[in-house]
Design a protein around this ligand. Structure first.
Ligand SMILES: [Mg+2]
Length: 233
C-alpha cells in the first residue's frame, strides 16, 4: 500500500494565535499603504495571507496598481513585525497536537507536511514558538500559489522532490478547520478531515460535508485510523 501524505493547516488546526496577528497585519498595512482598510474586522479564517492583504484594501481609495506595486513590501513588513512581536505566550496549541505529531513522526507509512495560507516565514515562526516546527520537513504556503486550491498540487510536488514518491489525490489527507480546507482537499481528490478546533463549530463544518469530522485531534488512534482508511475512490 502506498504511503499517505498528511497535510496540516496551521491556524485553528495545529494552533491558535492571539490578537497579535491581526494587530500586526493592521500595522504592516498602515506602514506601507497608510491605511489598514478593513483589517480590524475582516474574517481571516481559512484565507490565504496574500488574499487577506488584497481583500482588506478593496474598499479603500487605493488604486489596484498601488496595491500590487507595494504588495511585496506589505508582506515583508507583516513578516518582520510578526517575528518581532509574537511570543510563545501568543500561541496556543490545539488539544492533542503534540502527541499526535509524535505518533505520526514514528510511522513509516505516513509522511507529514503543511498546507497553509500562511506565508512561509511567518507560518514557520508560528510553529517555532511552541516548538513544533521540526515535525514538518516541507509545506505549501501562500508564497507558492495565488489560491488555496492550488496548494495540494504544490505540496505533492514538494513531497516528490523530498522523497521521490508520487502521491495520488486519494493518498493525500488534508486536515483543516474551515470549509476552505475541505474545498481544497476536494479540488485535489484528497480526503478532507475537518476539525472543530478553530473558529468553526462542528455543526458549521458538517454542512460542508468533510469526509471525516472530529471535535479535536486528541485521540491519535482515531486520527491515524482515519488517515489510513482505505480510499473508496
Ligand atoms: Mg485554519
Amino acid at each position: 500500500m502506498p504511503r499517505k501524505l498528511v497535510l496540516f493547516d496551521i491556524d485553528g488546526t495545529l494552533l491558535n494565535v492571539g490578537p497579535v496577528n491581526r494587530r500586526v497585519i493592521q500595522d504592516a498595512l498602515l506602514e506601507v499603504y497608510g491605511t489598514e482598510g478593513s483589517a480590524a474586522t475582516h474574517s481571516f479564517a481559512g484565507r490565504m495571507d496574500n488574499v487577506i492583504i488584497r481583500e482588506v484594501l478593496e474598499e479603500t481609495e487605493l488604486a489596484a496598481e498601488e496595491i500590487e506595486e507595494k504588495f511585496d513590501r506589505a508582506k515583508a513588513a507583516y513578516i518582520r513585525l510578526f517575528r518581532e512581536r509574537a511570543t510563545p505566550a501568543d500561541v496556543t496549541l490545539t488539544e492533542g497536537v503534540v502527541p499526535l505529531l509524535e505518533r505520526l513522526a514514528s510511522r513509516t507509512d505516513i509522511l507529514v507536511g503543511l498546507l497553509t495560507g500562511n506565508f512561509e516565514a511567518s507560518g514557520r515562526h508560528k510553529l517555532k514558538l511552541p516548538g513544533i516546527n521540526h515535525f514538518f520537513p516541507f509545506g505549501a504556503f501562500a508564497d507558492d500559489a495565488p489560491h488555496r486550491n492550488d496548494l495540494p498540487a504544490v505540496a505533492v510536488e514538494k513531497a516528490r522532490q523530498l522523497t521521490g514518491e508520487r502521491f495520488s489525490g486519494h493518498d493525500v489527507v488534508v486536515i483543516g478547520d474551515t470549509e476552505h480546507d475541505i474545498n481544497c482537499a476536494r479540488a485535489h481528490g484528497a480526503l478532507a478531515l475537518a476539525v472543530a478546533t478553530g473558529t468553526y463549530s462542528l455543526d458549521r463544518l458538517r454542512t460542508h460535508e468533510p469526509d471525516v469530522l472530529l471535535e479535536n485531534l486528541n485521540r491519535p488512534d482515531i486520527v491515524i485510523g482515519e488517515i489510513l482508511r482505505p480510499s473508496t475512490i
